[in-house]
Design a protein around this ligand. Structure first.
Ligand code: PLP
Length: 536
Protein backbone atom coordinates (compact mmCIF):
# COMPACT_ATOMS: atom_id res chain seq x y z
CA UNK A 1 0.00 0.00 0.00
CA UNK A 2 3.04 2.30 0.18
CA UNK A 3 4.49 4.42 -2.60
CA UNK A 4 7.57 3.06 -4.36
CA UNK A 5 9.54 6.13 -3.41
CA UNK A 6 9.44 5.03 0.24
CA UNK A 7 10.68 1.52 -0.45
CA UNK A 8 13.87 2.02 1.55
CA UNK A 9 15.87 -0.71 3.19
CA UNK A 10 14.91 0.03 6.78
CA UNK A 11 16.91 -2.72 8.46
CA UNK A 12 19.87 -1.60 10.55
CA UNK A 13 23.25 -2.07 8.95
CA UNK A 14 26.15 -3.87 10.61
CA UNK A 15 27.65 -0.67 11.97
CA UNK A 16 24.38 0.46 13.63
CA UNK A 17 23.91 -2.98 15.13
CA UNK A 18 27.47 -3.09 16.48
CA UNK A 19 27.03 0.43 17.86
CA UNK A 20 23.74 -0.50 19.57
CA UNK A 21 25.40 -3.56 21.11
CA UNK A 22 28.32 -1.48 22.30
CA UNK A 23 26.02 1.13 23.85
CA UNK A 24 23.68 -1.37 25.48
CA UNK A 25 26.73 -2.99 27.08
CA UNK A 26 27.31 0.40 28.77
CA UNK A 27 30.77 0.62 27.21
CA UNK A 28 32.58 3.88 26.58
CA UNK A 29 32.39 5.25 23.07
CA UNK A 30 34.73 7.73 21.49
CA UNK A 31 32.63 8.97 18.57
CA UNK A 32 34.85 10.82 16.11
CA UNK A 33 31.90 11.30 13.77
CA UNK A 34 29.90 13.39 16.30
CA UNK A 35 28.61 16.39 14.38
CA UNK A 36 25.82 17.80 16.52
CA UNK A 37 27.25 21.19 17.54
CA UNK A 38 25.00 21.39 20.60
CA UNK A 39 26.79 18.34 22.01
CA UNK A 40 30.38 19.17 21.12
CA UNK A 41 31.31 21.42 24.03
CA UNK A 42 30.71 24.82 22.37
CA UNK A 43 29.65 27.71 24.55
CA UNK A 44 26.47 29.55 23.50
CA UNK A 45 25.12 32.78 24.95
CA UNK A 46 22.14 30.97 26.47
CA UNK A 47 20.73 34.16 28.04
CA UNK A 48 20.55 35.93 24.68
CA UNK A 49 19.04 32.84 23.01
CA UNK A 50 16.34 32.40 25.65
CA UNK A 51 15.48 36.14 25.70
CA UNK A 52 15.16 36.12 21.92
CA UNK A 53 12.57 33.36 22.14
CA UNK A 54 10.34 35.42 24.44
CA UNK A 55 9.42 38.22 22.04
CA UNK A 56 5.77 39.31 22.60
CA UNK A 57 5.58 39.86 18.83
CA UNK A 58 5.42 36.05 18.54
CA UNK A 59 1.88 36.14 19.91
CA UNK A 60 0.55 37.61 16.65
CA UNK A 61 0.09 35.68 13.42
CA UNK A 62 1.17 37.57 10.30
CA UNK A 63 1.91 34.88 7.73
CA UNK A 64 4.19 35.77 4.83
CA UNK A 65 5.13 32.93 2.44
CA UNK A 66 8.61 34.39 1.98
CA UNK A 67 9.06 34.77 5.73
CA UNK A 68 8.74 37.78 8.04
CA UNK A 69 10.37 40.91 6.69
CA UNK A 70 12.32 41.49 9.93
CA UNK A 71 13.84 38.00 9.66
CA UNK A 72 14.72 38.46 5.99
CA UNK A 73 16.35 41.78 6.92
CA UNK A 74 18.48 39.89 9.40
CA UNK A 75 19.54 37.51 6.62
CA UNK A 76 20.38 40.47 4.35
CA UNK A 77 22.32 41.92 7.31
CA UNK A 78 24.38 38.73 7.52
CA UNK A 79 25.44 39.20 3.89
CA UNK A 80 25.99 42.95 4.33
CA UNK A 81 28.41 42.13 7.17
CA UNK A 82 30.31 39.96 4.69
CA UNK A 83 30.37 42.90 2.25
CA UNK A 84 27.71 41.35 -0.03
CA UNK A 85 24.41 42.90 -0.99
CA UNK A 86 21.20 40.88 -0.97
CA UNK A 87 17.68 42.29 -1.58
CA UNK A 88 15.19 41.09 1.01
CA UNK A 89 12.66 40.57 -1.82
CA UNK A 90 14.95 37.82 -3.18
CA UNK A 91 15.11 35.93 0.14
CA UNK A 92 12.74 33.11 1.05
CA UNK A 93 12.89 31.56 4.51
CA UNK A 94 12.64 27.82 5.11
CA UNK A 95 12.94 25.61 8.18
CA UNK A 96 16.16 24.02 6.90
CA UNK A 97 18.36 23.98 3.84
CA UNK A 98 16.95 20.52 3.24
CA UNK A 99 13.48 22.08 2.95
CA UNK A 100 14.90 24.76 0.66
CA UNK A 101 16.29 21.99 -1.57
CA UNK A 102 12.90 20.30 -1.69
CA UNK A 103 11.17 23.57 -2.72
CA UNK A 104 13.73 24.07 -5.49
CA UNK A 105 13.44 20.48 -6.70
CA UNK A 106 9.64 20.94 -6.81
CA UNK A 107 10.03 24.21 -8.70
CA UNK A 108 12.45 22.90 -11.33
CA UNK A 109 11.75 19.22 -11.89
CA UNK A 110 9.02 17.04 -13.27
CA UNK A 111 9.11 13.42 -12.04
CA UNK A 112 12.15 11.72 -13.55
CA UNK A 113 14.03 14.96 -14.32
CA UNK A 114 17.67 15.05 -13.34
CA UNK A 115 19.94 17.17 -11.19
CA UNK A 116 23.71 16.87 -11.19
CA UNK A 117 25.42 16.43 -7.83
CA UNK A 118 29.09 16.53 -6.94
CA UNK A 119 30.79 13.30 -5.90
CA UNK A 120 31.98 12.94 -3.19
CA UNK A 121 29.19 14.71 -1.41
CA UNK A 122 27.02 14.39 1.63
CA UNK A 123 24.41 11.62 1.77
CA UNK A 124 21.12 13.45 2.39
CA UNK A 125 20.72 14.33 -1.30
CA UNK A 126 19.59 10.81 -2.17
CA UNK A 127 16.62 10.97 0.18
CA UNK A 128 15.69 14.52 -0.82
CA UNK A 129 15.72 13.49 -4.47
CA UNK A 130 13.75 10.25 -3.86
CA UNK A 131 11.05 12.15 -2.04
CA UNK A 132 10.68 14.65 -4.90
CA UNK A 133 10.87 11.95 -7.64
CA UNK A 134 14.03 13.55 -8.96
CA UNK A 135 16.99 11.60 -10.32
CA UNK A 136 20.49 12.51 -9.22
CA UNK A 137 23.35 12.14 -11.62
CA UNK A 138 26.82 12.40 -10.11
CA UNK A 139 29.62 14.53 -11.52
CA UNK A 140 33.11 13.80 -10.19
CA UNK A 141 35.35 16.03 -8.15
CA UNK A 142 38.95 15.14 -8.73
CA UNK A 143 41.98 15.64 -6.56
CA UNK A 144 44.84 17.11 -8.53
CA UNK A 145 46.77 19.85 -6.73
CA UNK A 146 43.66 20.30 -4.60
CA UNK A 147 40.04 19.34 -5.22
CA UNK A 148 38.37 20.54 -8.37
CA UNK A 149 35.37 19.93 -10.58
CA UNK A 150 35.91 17.59 -13.52
CA UNK A 151 34.21 19.93 -15.99
CA UNK A 152 34.42 17.53 -18.90
CA UNK A 153 32.63 14.83 -16.93
CA UNK A 154 30.15 17.45 -15.71
CA UNK A 155 29.33 18.56 -19.24
CA UNK A 156 29.13 14.94 -20.42
CA UNK A 157 26.59 14.23 -17.65
CA UNK A 158 24.20 16.94 -18.88
CA UNK A 159 21.30 15.29 -20.68
CA UNK A 160 17.86 16.05 -22.10
CA UNK A 161 16.27 15.90 -18.67
CA UNK A 162 18.89 17.76 -16.67
CA UNK A 163 17.41 20.78 -14.90
CA UNK A 164 20.22 22.01 -12.70
CA UNK A 165 23.66 21.65 -11.16
CA UNK A 166 24.05 21.36 -7.41
CA UNK A 167 27.17 22.92 -6.06
CA UNK A 168 28.30 22.75 -2.45
CA UNK A 169 30.49 25.78 -1.71
CA UNK A 170 32.63 24.80 0.13
CA UNK A 171 31.96 21.16 -0.49
CA UNK A 172 31.24 18.63 2.23
CA UNK A 173 33.39 16.49 2.66
CA UNK A 174 36.28 17.77 0.49
CA UNK A 175 36.23 21.29 1.96
CA UNK A 176 37.18 23.00 -1.29
CA UNK A 177 35.62 26.30 -2.41
CA UNK A 178 34.29 27.14 -5.86
CA UNK A 179 36.73 29.51 -7.54
CA UNK A 180 35.74 32.47 -9.73
CA UNK A 181 37.05 30.55 -12.73
CA UNK A 182 34.84 27.58 -11.78
CA UNK A 183 31.88 29.92 -11.48
CA UNK A 184 32.50 31.39 -14.93
CA UNK A 185 32.51 27.88 -16.40
CA UNK A 186 29.42 26.85 -14.43
CA UNK A 187 27.61 29.97 -15.65
CA UNK A 188 28.59 29.15 -19.21
CA UNK A 189 27.28 25.59 -18.88
CA UNK A 190 24.04 26.70 -17.22
CA UNK A 191 23.38 29.33 -19.89
CA UNK A 192 24.26 26.99 -22.77
CA UNK A 193 22.02 24.17 -21.50
CA UNK A 194 19.24 26.14 -19.79
CA UNK A 195 20.11 24.91 -16.30
CA UNK A 196 19.87 26.42 -12.84
CA UNK A 197 22.71 26.55 -10.34
CA UNK A 198 21.86 25.45 -6.79
CA UNK A 199 24.60 26.61 -4.44
CA UNK A 200 24.67 25.21 -0.92
CA UNK A 201 26.72 27.62 1.20
CA UNK A 202 26.07 26.31 4.70
CA UNK A 203 29.83 26.16 5.41
CA UNK A 204 30.73 29.41 3.62
CA UNK A 205 32.10 31.14 6.73
CA UNK A 206 34.46 28.34 7.70
CA UNK A 207 37.39 28.84 5.32
CA UNK A 208 40.79 28.56 6.92
CA UNK A 209 42.46 30.72 4.30
CA UNK A 210 40.16 33.75 4.44
CA UNK A 211 36.84 34.67 2.87
CA UNK A 212 35.33 33.28 -0.29
CA UNK A 213 32.50 35.20 -2.00
CA UNK A 214 28.92 33.97 -1.82
CA UNK A 215 27.12 33.07 -5.04
CA UNK A 216 24.10 35.05 -3.85
CA UNK A 217 25.19 37.87 -6.17
CA UNK A 218 25.54 35.62 -9.22
CA UNK A 219 23.39 37.07 -12.01
CA UNK A 220 24.92 35.29 -15.00
CA UNK A 221 22.79 32.16 -14.59
CA UNK A 222 19.58 31.25 -12.76
CA UNK A 223 20.93 30.73 -9.23
CA UNK A 224 19.59 29.59 -5.88
CA UNK A 225 21.86 30.17 -2.88
CA UNK A 226 21.12 28.22 0.28
CA UNK A 227 22.28 28.62 3.85
CA UNK A 228 20.98 28.52 7.39
CA UNK A 229 21.53 28.73 11.11
CA UNK A 230 22.26 25.08 11.51
CA UNK A 231 25.88 25.51 10.41
CA UNK A 232 26.35 29.31 10.34
CA UNK A 233 25.46 29.73 14.03
CA UNK A 234 25.66 26.10 15.14
CA UNK A 235 21.92 26.13 15.94
CA UNK A 236 20.38 23.21 13.98
CA UNK A 237 17.59 22.84 16.55
CA UNK A 238 16.17 26.29 15.68
CA UNK A 239 15.18 25.25 12.16
CA UNK A 240 15.87 28.52 10.36
CA UNK A 241 17.36 28.61 6.88
CA UNK A 242 16.96 30.54 3.65
CA UNK A 243 17.28 30.51 -0.08
CA UNK A 244 18.18 33.49 -2.24
CA UNK A 245 17.14 33.75 -5.85
CA UNK A 246 19.41 35.58 -8.31
CA UNK A 247 19.92 35.57 -12.05
CA UNK A 248 18.35 37.11 -15.13
CA UNK A 249 15.63 39.51 -13.91
CA UNK A 250 12.57 38.02 -15.69
CA UNK A 251 13.52 34.49 -14.68
CA UNK A 252 14.09 35.60 -11.10
CA UNK A 253 10.65 37.25 -10.82
CA UNK A 254 8.91 34.15 -12.20
CA UNK A 255 10.91 31.79 -9.94
CA UNK A 256 10.10 33.84 -6.84
CA UNK A 257 6.41 33.99 -7.70
CA UNK A 258 6.23 30.21 -8.08
CA UNK A 259 8.32 29.57 -4.95
CA UNK A 260 5.96 31.80 -3.02
CA UNK A 261 3.08 29.46 -3.88
CA UNK A 262 5.08 26.41 -2.79
CA UNK A 263 6.00 28.09 0.51
CA UNK A 264 2.45 29.39 0.99
CA UNK A 265 1.16 25.82 0.76
CA UNK A 266 3.02 24.87 3.94
CA UNK A 267 3.79 28.18 5.72
CA UNK A 268 6.26 26.15 7.74
CA UNK A 269 8.14 29.03 9.39
CA UNK A 270 6.98 29.73 12.92
CA UNK A 271 6.76 33.19 14.48
CA UNK A 272 9.02 32.82 17.60
CA UNK A 273 12.00 31.59 15.58
CA UNK A 274 11.58 34.29 12.94
CA UNK A 275 11.43 36.99 15.59
CA UNK A 276 14.49 35.50 17.25
CA UNK A 277 16.42 35.24 13.97
CA UNK A 278 18.43 38.50 14.37
CA UNK A 279 19.67 37.34 17.79
CA UNK A 280 20.37 33.83 16.54
CA UNK A 281 22.35 35.17 13.61
CA UNK A 282 24.41 37.26 16.04
CA UNK A 283 25.36 34.03 17.80
CA UNK A 284 27.46 33.14 14.78
CA UNK A 285 30.32 35.40 15.84
CA UNK A 286 31.00 33.51 19.08
CA UNK A 287 30.24 30.13 17.57
CA UNK A 288 32.41 30.57 14.49
CA UNK A 289 35.30 31.90 16.59
CA UNK A 290 35.18 28.82 18.83
CA UNK A 291 34.81 26.46 15.90
CA UNK A 292 37.69 27.95 13.94
CA UNK A 293 39.85 27.93 17.08
CA UNK A 294 39.09 24.26 17.43
CA UNK A 295 39.82 23.47 13.78
CA UNK A 296 43.13 25.34 13.98
CA UNK A 297 43.95 23.63 17.27
CA UNK A 298 43.24 20.26 15.64
CA UNK A 299 45.59 21.10 12.78
CA UNK A 300 48.20 22.20 15.28
CA UNK A 301 47.65 18.93 17.12
CA UNK A 302 48.26 17.05 13.89
CA UNK A 303 51.51 18.96 13.42
CA UNK A 304 52.43 18.28 17.04
CA UNK A 305 51.78 14.56 16.66
CA UNK A 306 53.89 14.45 13.50
CA UNK A 307 56.64 16.28 15.36
CA UNK A 308 56.27 13.78 18.21
CA UNK A 309 56.53 10.94 15.73
CA UNK A 310 59.76 12.36 14.32
CA UNK A 311 61.05 13.01 17.84
CA UNK A 312 60.30 9.40 18.63
CA UNK A 313 62.20 8.33 15.54
CA UNK A 314 64.97 10.70 16.56
CA UNK A 315 65.24 9.10 19.96
CA UNK A 316 64.99 5.59 18.66
CA UNK A 317 67.36 5.78 15.71
CA UNK A 318 68.54 9.41 15.55
CA UNK A 319 67.07 11.85 13.00
CA UNK A 320 70.35 11.63 11.12
CA UNK A 321 69.30 8.09 10.29
CA UNK A 322 65.75 8.93 9.17
CA UNK A 323 65.13 9.27 5.45
CA UNK A 324 61.85 10.06 3.84
CA UNK A 325 60.96 9.27 0.24
CA UNK A 326 57.72 10.58 -1.26
CA UNK A 327 56.04 9.95 -4.58
CA UNK A 328 52.50 10.44 -5.89
CA UNK A 329 49.87 9.21 -8.30
CA UNK A 330 50.31 9.16 -12.08
CA UNK A 331 49.33 11.93 -14.50
CA UNK A 332 46.92 11.92 -17.44
CA UNK A 333 46.93 12.47 -21.15
CA UNK A 334 46.17 15.94 -22.55
CA UNK A 335 42.63 16.31 -23.82
CA UNK A 336 42.71 15.24 -27.49
CA UNK A 337 41.18 18.58 -28.56
CA UNK A 338 43.90 20.49 -26.72
CA UNK A 339 46.62 18.16 -28.05
CA UNK A 340 45.35 18.60 -31.63
CA UNK A 341 45.61 22.38 -31.30
CA UNK A 342 49.31 21.82 -30.59
CA UNK A 343 49.45 19.64 -33.73
CA UNK A 344 49.95 16.50 -31.67
CA UNK A 345 48.14 13.58 -33.32
CA UNK A 346 45.43 12.65 -30.82
CA UNK A 347 42.06 10.92 -30.89
CA UNK A 348 38.97 10.05 -28.91
CA UNK A 349 38.36 6.33 -29.31
CA UNK A 350 34.91 4.77 -29.39
CA UNK A 351 35.73 1.81 -27.13
CA UNK A 352 32.32 0.17 -27.56
CA UNK A 353 32.80 0.06 -31.32
CA UNK A 354 36.38 -1.19 -30.99
CA UNK A 355 35.32 -3.91 -28.56
CA UNK A 356 32.55 -5.09 -30.93
CA UNK A 357 35.03 -5.19 -33.79
CA UNK A 358 37.49 -7.34 -31.80
CA UNK A 359 34.76 -9.67 -30.54
CA UNK A 360 33.33 -10.06 -34.06
CA UNK A 361 36.68 -11.02 -35.53
CA UNK A 362 37.27 -13.52 -32.66
CA UNK A 363 33.72 -14.91 -33.10
CA UNK A 364 34.32 -15.36 -36.83
CA UNK A 365 37.38 -17.44 -35.97
CA UNK A 366 36.35 -19.37 -32.84
CA UNK A 367 32.54 -19.54 -32.83
CA UNK A 368 31.48 -19.21 -36.47
CA UNK A 369 27.80 -18.41 -36.76
CA UNK A 370 27.57 -17.21 -33.11
CA UNK A 371 28.44 -13.85 -31.79
CA UNK A 372 30.37 -14.47 -28.55
CA UNK A 373 31.91 -12.04 -26.09
CA UNK A 374 35.48 -13.31 -26.06
CA UNK A 375 36.82 -10.23 -24.34
CA UNK A 376 35.71 -7.66 -21.86
CA UNK A 377 37.54 -4.54 -23.01
CA UNK A 378 38.84 -2.37 -20.18
CA UNK A 379 40.59 -0.15 -22.74
CA UNK A 380 43.43 -0.71 -23.45
CA UNK A 381 43.41 -3.93 -21.39
CA UNK A 382 41.41 -6.93 -22.62
CA UNK A 383 40.16 -9.45 -20.04
CA UNK A 384 39.57 -12.79 -21.73
CA UNK A 385 36.42 -14.85 -21.31
CA UNK A 386 38.12 -18.14 -20.36
CA UNK A 387 34.86 -20.12 -20.59
CA UNK A 388 34.27 -18.97 -24.17
CA UNK A 389 37.80 -19.99 -25.16
CA UNK A 390 37.46 -23.30 -23.27
CA UNK A 391 34.29 -24.02 -25.33
CA UNK A 392 36.36 -23.40 -28.45
CA UNK A 393 39.18 -25.64 -27.04
CA UNK A 394 41.74 -22.86 -27.19
CA UNK A 395 44.51 -22.77 -24.58
CA UNK A 396 45.69 -19.63 -22.77
CA UNK A 397 48.68 -18.56 -24.86
CA UNK A 398 46.85 -19.21 -28.16
CA UNK A 399 43.77 -17.36 -26.92
CA UNK A 400 45.84 -14.38 -25.80
CA UNK A 401 47.79 -14.25 -29.06
CA UNK A 402 44.54 -14.41 -31.03
CA UNK A 403 43.09 -11.54 -28.97
CA UNK A 404 46.30 -9.52 -29.42
CA UNK A 405 46.22 -10.08 -33.19
CA UNK A 406 42.54 -9.00 -33.31
CA UNK A 407 43.39 -5.89 -31.28
CA UNK A 408 46.16 -4.99 -33.71
CA UNK A 409 43.88 -5.60 -36.64
CA UNK A 410 41.37 -3.20 -35.04
CA UNK A 411 44.00 -0.45 -34.94
CA UNK A 412 46.00 -0.83 -31.72
CA UNK A 413 49.72 -0.34 -32.00
CA UNK A 414 50.73 -3.61 -30.32
CA UNK A 415 50.09 -5.90 -27.37
CA UNK A 416 51.65 -7.94 -24.57
CA UNK A 417 50.00 -11.15 -23.37
CA UNK A 418 49.89 -12.48 -19.83
CA UNK A 419 51.67 -15.71 -20.85
CA UNK A 420 54.36 -13.75 -22.69
CA UNK A 421 54.97 -11.51 -19.66
CA UNK A 422 54.97 -14.52 -17.30
CA UNK A 423 57.73 -16.09 -19.42
CA UNK A 424 59.61 -12.77 -19.59
CA UNK A 425 59.59 -12.99 -23.37
CA UNK A 426 59.47 -9.32 -24.24
CA UNK A 427 61.68 -7.34 -26.61
CA UNK A 428 64.62 -5.76 -24.83
CA UNK A 429 63.30 -2.23 -25.37
CA UNK A 430 62.23 0.50 -22.95
CA UNK A 431 58.59 -0.27 -23.75
CA UNK A 432 59.08 -4.03 -23.35
CA UNK A 433 60.68 -3.49 -19.95
CA UNK A 434 57.81 -1.24 -18.83
CA UNK A 435 55.25 -3.89 -19.68
CA UNK A 436 57.35 -6.58 -18.04
CA UNK A 437 57.39 -4.48 -14.85
CA UNK A 438 53.58 -4.28 -15.04
CA UNK A 439 53.16 -8.05 -15.09
CA UNK A 440 50.84 -9.50 -12.48
CA UNK A 441 49.95 -13.17 -12.17
CA UNK A 442 46.61 -12.14 -10.59
CA UNK A 443 43.28 -12.29 -12.37
CA UNK A 444 42.08 -14.19 -15.41
CA UNK A 445 43.86 -14.31 -18.80
CA UNK A 446 44.58 -10.87 -20.18
CA UNK A 447 46.18 -8.96 -23.01
CA UNK A 448 47.60 -5.47 -22.49
CA UNK A 449 47.02 -3.38 -25.58
CA UNK A 450 49.53 -0.73 -26.58
CA UNK A 451 47.72 2.34 -27.87
CA UNK A 452 49.01 5.34 -29.76
CA UNK A 453 49.96 8.28 -27.53
CA UNK A 454 47.18 10.80 -26.79
CA UNK A 455 44.47 8.28 -27.68
CA UNK A 456 41.74 8.53 -25.09
CA UNK A 457 39.15 5.82 -24.58
CA UNK A 458 36.10 8.06 -24.31
CA UNK A 459 34.33 10.72 -26.33
CA UNK A 460 35.03 13.36 -23.67
CA UNK A 461 37.62 13.97 -21.01
CA UNK A 462 40.98 12.37 -20.56
CA UNK A 463 42.41 9.03 -19.57
CA UNK A 464 45.45 7.29 -18.12
CA UNK A 465 47.01 3.81 -17.81
CA UNK A 466 49.39 4.09 -20.74
CA UNK A 467 53.17 3.66 -20.85
CA UNK A 468 53.74 7.24 -22.09
CA UNK A 469 55.63 9.94 -20.25
CA UNK A 470 52.56 12.10 -19.61
CA UNK A 471 51.11 9.23 -17.56
CA UNK A 472 54.31 8.26 -15.84
CA UNK A 473 55.31 11.76 -14.82
CA UNK A 474 55.27 11.70 -11.02
CA UNK A 475 57.15 13.59 -8.32
CA UNK A 476 59.92 11.84 -6.46
CA UNK A 477 61.23 13.60 -3.37
CA UNK A 478 63.80 12.67 -0.74
CA UNK A 479 64.53 14.13 2.64
CA UNK A 480 67.37 13.23 4.97
CA UNK A 481 71.09 13.63 5.48
CA UNK A 482 72.27 11.35 2.66
CA UNK A 483 70.58 13.61 0.07
CA UNK A 484 71.82 16.90 -1.25
CA UNK A 485 69.22 19.58 -1.65
CA UNK A 486 68.31 20.53 -5.17
CA UNK A 487 66.04 19.75 -8.10
CA UNK A 488 67.40 17.18 -10.53
CA UNK A 489 66.52 16.90 -14.18
CA UNK A 490 68.11 13.56 -14.96
CA UNK A 491 65.83 10.66 -15.78
CA UNK A 492 64.49 9.09 -12.60
CA UNK A 493 61.70 6.66 -11.90
CA UNK A 494 59.90 5.43 -8.78
CA UNK A 495 61.58 2.04 -9.32
CA UNK A 496 64.86 3.82 -8.56
CA UNK A 497 63.70 4.18 -4.96
CA UNK A 498 64.49 0.60 -4.04
CA UNK A 499 67.95 0.64 -5.64
CA UNK A 500 68.83 4.00 -4.04
CA UNK A 501 67.67 3.06 -0.54
CA UNK A 502 69.36 -0.35 -0.78
CA UNK A 503 72.65 1.30 -1.79
CA UNK A 504 72.44 3.73 1.13
CA UNK A 505 71.72 0.88 3.52
CA UNK A 506 74.60 -1.10 2.10
CA UNK A 507 72.38 -4.06 1.33
CA UNK A 508 71.52 -5.89 -1.87
CA UNK A 509 68.71 -4.39 -3.91
CA UNK A 510 65.56 -6.56 -4.06
CA UNK A 511 65.94 -9.51 -6.44
CA UNK A 512 63.78 -8.03 -9.20
CA UNK A 513 64.86 -4.43 -8.70
CA UNK A 514 65.37 -2.74 -12.07
CA UNK A 515 66.04 0.79 -10.85
CA UNK A 516 69.31 2.64 -10.67
CA UNK A 517 70.95 4.40 -7.72
CA UNK A 518 70.09 8.09 -7.98
CA UNK A 519 73.67 9.15 -7.35
CA UNK A 520 73.07 12.75 -8.48
CA UNK A 521 70.83 13.33 -5.43
CA UNK A 522 73.23 11.80 -2.92
CA UNK A 523 75.37 14.06 -0.79
CA UNK A 524 79.10 13.42 -1.05
CA UNK A 525 80.19 11.02 1.69
CA UNK A 526 80.95 12.89 4.89
CA UNK A 527 84.65 12.50 5.77
CA UNK A 528 86.09 13.14 9.21
CA UNK A 529 89.06 15.55 8.99
CA UNK A 530 92.39 14.04 10.00
CA UNK A 531 94.22 15.58 13.00
CA UNK A 532 96.47 17.88 10.94
CA UNK A 533 93.45 19.39 9.15
CA UNK A 534 94.35 17.49 6.00
CA UNK A 535 91.76 15.44 4.20
CA UNK A 536 92.76 11.80 3.94
C1 PLP B 1 26.46 20.59 2.72
C2 PLP B 1 25.25 20.51 3.62
N1 PLP B 1 24.11 21.15 3.25
C3 PLP B 1 23.01 21.12 4.03
C4 PLP B 1 23.01 20.42 5.22
C5 PLP B 1 21.74 20.39 6.05
O1 PLP B 1 21.51 21.59 6.64
P1 PLP B 1 20.08 21.86 7.34
O2 PLP B 1 20.23 21.47 8.78
O3 PLP B 1 19.89 23.34 7.19
O4 PLP B 1 19.05 21.08 6.61
C6 PLP B 1 24.16 19.74 5.64
C7 PLP B 1 24.19 18.98 6.89
O5 PLP B 1 25.15 18.32 7.24
C8 PLP B 1 25.30 19.80 4.81
O6 PLP B 1 26.43 19.15 5.15
Amino acid sequence: MFADRTRWNLTSNRLSKALARHRSGGRRLLDLSASNPTECGFHYDTGAIMRALCSPASLGYHPDPQGLKSAREAVAGYYAHRGEYVFIEDVLLTTSTSEAYSFIFRLLCNPGDELLIPTPSYPLFDFLADLQDVKLKPYPLIYDHGWQIDFHALEAAIGERTRGIILVHPNNPTGHFTTLMDLAELNRLCSAHGLALIADEVFLDFGIKGRSPSLSANREAPTFTLSGLSKISGLPQMKFAWLIVSGPEDWKREALARLEVIADTYLSMNAPIQHAAPAFLKQRHGFQRQLMERVLANLEELDRQLAEFFNFLGHQVGLANVWIALSADHGVSSLPDAAKKLRIPAANIDVGKLSNQINSSLSARFSPGHSTSFINFDYPLAWLNQDAFADAHVKESDAENAVGAAMKQAGLRGYYTKSQLAAGEVPDTAMGRLFLNSYSPEGPWYVMGVIDPYNVGSSKGTDHATPYSYDRHVPLAFYGLPFQSGTYYTHAEPVDLAATLAALLGINAPTHSVGRVLTEALAPPHRTPTPGGKQP
